[in-house]
Design a binder for this molecule. Structure first.
Ligand SMILES: [Fe+2]
Ligand SMILES: [Fe+2]
Length: 300
């Protein structure tokens, strides 16, 4: 398949649009820093990667690239106006400029979505598209519906895809139903999500790394204090017990152990553990449940 140079830029646009309603509400000031940081990153991605490639083919001045750059400048100017008004205590004036930012941004995004991005797909050469995709990331699509139709558990396929993602890539999971439990599992791995419905009513969930959680969701003290992570998985439906164990292992400090109590012997878990280099021991308890201990390193 030919690389898509603008796939992640489209998704940037959708994420930015999700902030708009909050900027139109009473508490717009709270949402403003989020818009500013998301937008700043997005504008730089366009200016540093996409626009220079496009300029080789269509030039800058007097064309769409020149117009887009001019609008980027206007947007940045308006953000400083807002800050200036706020610092002088003129909230209403600042709110007015925020309204201007929103309408300018709506038009700007529409022009890129409908004119500039399709143009990039047309005029860039394959090598340039590859370069753009390498630097901007790609959207890795994973439709789990065929797996479910065959009675397979998609969780491992999703985790496998997650492990293979580069930092700037986006994982798109497509499913019949909304995969709500996955949101938590992915959030613990530092991914945020955006969900939309597709033309057939299917759920399309975009997962991407959130810079904010890069500082590790597991704090230093909790990591060192939790050398033994205990999990009570009784009463949980598969694959939840397995998901919880693998998730705890992913966040386990070196030398740590996971001890889980399950209703059933976790037969599907063992090959996963072995593949990842873990050792494990299972012991049947008097009440018929199982205690599973998992660790890395030498046998106990
Ligand atoms: Fe732009
Ligand atoms: Fe854009």
């Amino acid at each position: 398949m030919e690389p898509d140079p603008v796939a992640t830029l489209y998704e940037d646009h959708r994420e930015i649009e999700e902030i708009f309603p909050r900027l139109e509400g009473e508490n717009w000031e709270e949402a403003l820093p989020l818009l500013e940081s998301d937008l700043d990153l997005h504008l730089r991605r366009e200016e540093e990667v996409l626009f220079p490639l496009l300029e080789r083919h269509i030039g800058r001045e007097g064309g769409p690239v020149g117009v887009m750059l001019h609008e980027h400048g206007l947007l940045r100017e308006k953000f400083s106006q807002v800050k200036d008004s706020l610092s002088r205590g003129h909230r209403a004036e600042a709110g007015y400029v925020v309204g201007e930012i929103l309408s300018l941004l709506r038009e700007h995004v529409a022009k890129e979505d409908h004119i500039l991005f399709p143009l990039a797909c047309q005029v860039l050469e394959v090598g340039e598209k590859e370069e753009a995709e390498n630097r901007l990331g790609k959207v890795v699509e994973l439709d789990v519906r065929p797996l479910l139709a065959r009675g397979e558990e998609p969780f491992f396929t999703i985790m496998e895809a997650t492990r293979n993602l580069r930092p700037e890539d986006i994982l798109l999971v497509i499913n019949h139903f909304e995969p709500v439990p996955l949101y938590g599992v992915m959030a613990q791995r530092g991914f945020r999500h955006r969900t939309e419905r597709g033309p057939e009513g299917e759920f399309r969930v975009f997962f991407r790394r959130s810079e904010k959680s890069d500082s590790s969701p597991v704090g230093k003290e909790s990591a060192s204090a939790s050398m033994v992570v205990e999990l009570d998985n009784r009463g949980l439906e598969p694959p939840q017990p397995m998901v919880r164990i693998l998730d705890a292992l992913d966040r386990l400090p070196p030398g740590g152990r996971v001890v889980a109590i399950n209703d059933r012997r976790p037969l599907f878990l063992y090959p996963e553990l072995e593949e990842r280099g873990y050792r494990h021991e299972t012991e049947e308890l008097p009440d018929g449940s199982f205690r599973i201990t998992v660790w890395k390193g030498a046998p106990r």
